[in-house]
Design a protein around this ligand. Structure first.
Ligand SMILES: [Zn+2]
Length: 166
C-alpha cells in the first residue's frame, strides 16, 4: 500500500498545535519531538520558516482551519475561532481533505484515487471515504474488501508509532 501523509510542514498557532497533540498526533518543531505541555516552549525556539511544525497526522482534531500564505512553508493551521494569518487565503480542496477525519472512525484519510474518481480516500482503519465537493464532511463509502490494493491498511502499517488514545 502506498500512503504518505508524513512530513507536511505548516505555520501554526500554539493553540492549533495543542489541539493536534491533544487529539493524539505527533508533532516536531525544528526536528525535535514536541511533548504535550511544552508547545509554548517549542514555539519560542522556532526562528525560521525551516523550523515550522512538522505534523504526523493520525487523528485530525476538530475546528482546524487549513490556509495558505505566500511564503514558506506556505500552509497554515489555526483554530476556527482564531484570527487569520496575515495574507492568509483558503487552502485547496484536497489540502483541507487532509484534515478531514474518517466519518466512521475518526482517523486520518489517505489519498486513494488510483482507479477511482477524485476524492476517494482510505482511513487508517480500513474504511473507504469520499471527500465532499463543499469541503465540509467526508462520507463513509464502505469497508475495504479483501483483495483490494488498499486492503490491510491500518495504524500498524504506518511508519510511525501513534500516541496512545487520549
Ligand atoms: Zn475509518
Amino acid at each position: 500500500m502506498q500512503a504518505n501523509i508524513l512530513g507536511i510542514k505548516y505555520r501554526a498557532t500554539i493553540t492549533a498545535i495543542e489541539a493536534i497533540l491533544k487529539a493524539g498526533n505527533r508533532v516536531e518543531a525544528g526536528g525535535i519531538e514536541v511533548q504535550p505541555g511544552a508547545v509554548f516552549e517549542a514555539a519560542q525556539k522556532l526562528y525560521s520558516a525551516q523550523d515550522s511544525w512538522r505534523v504526523y497526522l493520525i487523528r485530525p482534531p476538530k475546528d482546524i482551519i487549513v490556509g495558505h500564505i505566500n511564503e514558506p512553508p506556505f500552509q497554515t493551521l489555526r483554530l476556527e475561532n482564531e484570527p487569520e494569518f496575515p495574507g492568509e487565503y483558503p487552502a485547496g480542496w484536497a489540502e483541507r481533505g487532509t484534515w478531514m477525519p474518517c466519518p466512521k472512525c475518526g482517523t486520518a484519510l489517505l489519498w486513494a484515487e488510483a482507479g477511482y474518481v477524485p476524492g476517494w480516500r482510505i482511513c487508517l482503519n480500513g474504511h473507504f471515504a469520499r471527500l465532499p465537493s463543499d469541503g465540509r464532511e467526508a462520507s463513509y463509502e464502505g469497508d475495504i474488501p479483501e483483495g483490494s490494493e488498499y486492503y490491510g491498511s491500518s495504524l500498524e502499517s504506518i511508519r510511525y508509532k501513534p500516541y496512545p488514545e487520549p
